[in-house]
Every structure is written in structure tokens, then in C-alpha cells.
Design a protein around this ligand. Structure first.
Ligand SMILES: Cc1cc2nc3c(=O)[nH]c(=O)nc-3n(C[C@H](O)[C@H](O)[C@H](O)COP(=O)(O)O)c2cc1C
Length: 213
């Protein structure tokens, strides 16, 4: 049994990646973690080139990920909240699961999934979208976990004076950026514990599945 963890955030070692890794860390079987940061994955272009074979014909970094997706028994998919939905890279990655859906393709159907969402304020919209992707692909969602990550305004250099950024919006004008007010996963132990519980639940489900087959 193998669990594939994907962080769809363009920031390679930020909160989404960390939270996906926390779930994977509690999984008691083989795991692999992949960050999509820096990868070139375009959107589905509805060319229908995958209809006969269930293999996407587009030539980008999704090609190398396809076999890993097929080989995995479960997925921990994480994404960042960009404008109250999935960040585009994660969305493109999930759109490309379209290749698995034709003519009752069974590459991902019947497998298990965990949704991970991170936002400057909330990851709720993200996990909802990931759940929808799971449903369309007949992946059973075992659960979800969300956490708060630092909006770019904490590090852009203008956060304390910018009137349209997260610092003004969350804390009001005149707020100094300090480590105390900067969101970090390590300050959200309840979220880390939720991630561990999810990882254990996923393991239990996979073990029961393995025992029954
Ligand atoms: C283009 C862009 C749009 C964003 N929109 C939202 C948003 O609508 N809601 C929100 O809560 N956070 C928003 N954020 C903040 C990110 O969700 C936050 O920085 C989060 O920590 C990103 O995940 P990461 O740390 O794994 O990269 C946005 C960030 C960017 C770069």
C-alpha cells in the first residue's frame, strides 16, 4: 500500500507542504511526497486525446507524475487558498485527472483521499474544492484538515504600510509585523494533531482494505 502526498502550492516548503507532510508522517505504510512548486503543469485543454487510452497527451511535468498517481492507493492532496479557491497549479494538476475518467477507467476510482487546505485566513474553500475533485473521480474522501499560513504581505516588505494588504485587513493600520503575529504551522498544534489523526485513519482504512483483498 502506498500513499502519494502532493503539495500544490507554488511555495515549495511553505504551510501546505508542511501540513501534507504531517498527514503522511502518521501514515503507517509507504509514502511519497511531491511538491508541485516549480513544475510546469498546464490546464486540461479538452483535446480528448486521452479518451481511447486514459493517458493524457500533453507534454509537460504531469507526464512523469501519471504513473505515480496510478500506482498509489491513496492521495493526500494539499493546495493554497488563492482568491477563495485552489491555487492555479493545484487546479491544473487536478484538472488533468480527467485522463482517468473515460470509459470507466479504474486508475483512481475507488481509492482514498485526504484534502488539505491552507489560507492566509482560511483553507475551507480549498478543501471543499478538493472534495469536489475527489467526488468527480470517485475517490473517497477520508477527511480534511485546514491551517493558516502567512500571506505574502508578511514578507513583501510593504506589509506594514500597504493599505490593501493582509496586515491592514487582519490587524488594522499601524500594526508592526512581528514573529508573534506571523502565522506558522508550529503555532497550530491542534491542526498538526488533526493531520496525524487523519494519517492514522487513512492507514487503518488501507490496512483493512489490504486484509480484505
Ligand atoms: C495570489 C494570491 C491570492 C490569495 N488569496 C487568498 C484568499 O483569497 N484567501 C486567503 O485566505 N488567503 C489568500 N492568499 C494567501 C495564501 O493562501 C497564504 O499565503 C497561504 O499561506 C498559501 O499557502 P502556502 O503557505 O502553502 O504557500 C493568497 C495568496 C496569493 C499569493
Amino acid at each position: 500500500m502506498k500513499v502519494l502526498g502532493i503539495s500544490g502550492s507554488p511555495r515549495s516548503d511553505a504551510t501546505t507542504a508542511k501540513l501534507v507532510r504531517e498527514v503522511l508522517g502518521a501514515v503507517e505504510c509507504e509514502t511519497e511526497f511531491i511538491s508541485l512548486a516549480g513544475k510546469r503543469i498546464g490546464s486540461c485543454i479538452a483535446c480528448l486525446g486521452c479518451v481511447e487510452t486514459n493517458i493524457c497527451v500533453l507534454n509537460d511535468d504531469m507526464k512523469a507524475l501519471r504513473q505515480k498517481i496510478v500506482d498509489a492507493d491513496a492521495y493526500v492532496i494539499g493546495a493554497a487558498n488563492y482568491y477563495s479557491t485552489l491555487n492555479a497549479l493545484a487546479h491544473c494538476f487536478l484538472e488533468r485527472f480527467y485522463q482517468f475518467r473515460h470509459r470507466e477507467g479504474k486508475a483512481v476510482a475507488g481509492k482514498l483521499g485526504v484534502a488539505v487546505g491552507v489560507g492566509g485566513s482560511t483553507g475551507d474553500a480549498v478543501v471543499q474544492s478538493i472534495r469536489t475533485f475527489f467526488e468527480y473521480n470517485q475517490i473517497e474522501c477520508v477527511g480534511e484538515v485546514t491551517a493558516q499560513g502567512p500571506a505574502c504581505c508578511f514578507t513583501c516588505g510593504y506589509g506594514e504600510t500597504c493599505k490593501v494588504g493582509a496586515i491592514h485587513n487582519f490587524f488594522g493600520p499601524g500594526t508592526k509585523i512581528t514573529p508573534e503575529i506571523t502565522p506558522d504551522l508550529s503555532k497550530q498544534p491542534e491542526k498538526i494533531e488533526e493531520a496525524h489523526v487523519l494519517g492514522r485513519n487513512l492507514s487503518d482504512r488501507l490496512k483493512r482494505f489490504a486484509a480484505a483483498t
